[in-house]
Design a protein around this ligand. Structure first.
Ligand code: C5P
Length: 225
């Protein structure tokens, strides 16, 4: 029990970017590497949790001891998350595209000489973190979101925790100078109902380990109440 405090707990982690098709060969996406989300899935599994990792297209390897569900779009990510069954823990670390093409073309969009570029109409994607947070009786006991901010990092993340309805937010500064996106290190703030903790700069594996440890502690404390 001491080494595997999350034994018997079911955890879901989202990781990586999503890809939103414009047509069969083109898409909208972002630079998320999946490093932080995958490290969290591995850290939760190391503490004994039964982990499902729902991941967009990434170059990082599948973590050991984790069930990996590979998806492309945000709609597919949401469906895979809702399919994961009853959960104790959800950690949404994916960089979900905010928008998708309103009407993706079924055939490749052709260039026509002299014609103007095609207009791109966007539609909003579902918010997976908010959906899981507001899932009523099926809501996981602990829902953790991420906030990637370039300014007013903590204030924006405190607002986001309330707006999304999640329990904790891991806020990180992703301004280009920090090298967080795609990099190995991360400087984060953990925002809970009790307040804000500033964590020191850590490798993404250490952020994951520390977060998994905090999750185990929180669930143990909640079980004692
Ligand atoms: O609103 P914003 O994208 O800044 O929120 C970031 C947090 O919300 C992250 O935890 C991210 O995984 C989650 N999110 C999501 N679905 C979306 C957008 C964001 O789960 N469509």
């Amino acid at each position: 029990v001491r080494d595997r405090p999350l034994a018997g707990k079911r955890a879901l982690v989202t990781s990586g970017p999503t890809r939103e098709a414009l047509d069969p060969v083109r898409f909208i996406s972002n630079h998320s590497s999946g490093k932080q989300g995958h490290a969290i899935a591995a850290a939760l599994a190391e503490l004994g949790a039964d982990v499902t990792l729902v991941s967009g297209p990434v170059a990082v390897p599948d973590p050991h001891g984790v069930k990996v569900v590979k998806i492309e779009s945000a709609d597919q990510m949401l469906a895979a998350c809702l399919d994961a069954g009853a959960l104790d823990i959800a950690v949404c670390a994916a960089a979900v595209a905010d928008w998708k093409a309103a009407r993706p073309a079924t055939g490749k969009i052709k260039k026509k000489a002299g014609a103007p570029p095609p207009a791109l109409e966007l539609a909003p994607n579902p918010d997976i973190l908010a959906t899981l947070s507001k899932a009523g009786p099926k809501r996981p006991a602990l829902v953790v979101g991420f906030a990637a901010e370039t300014e007013n990092v903590v204030a924006n993340a405190i607002d986001k925790r309330i707006r999304k309805g999640c329990d904790w937010i891991v806020a990180n500064d992703v301004s280009p100078a920090t090298g967080t996106f795609g990099g190995e290190r991360n400087t984060v703030h953990l925002i809970t109902a009790a307040g804000t903790e500033d964590w020191p700069p850590l490798g993404k594996g250490d952020v994951a380990g520390r977060l998994a440890g905090r999750i185990a502690l929180h669930l143990a404390e909640a079980a004692r109440k």
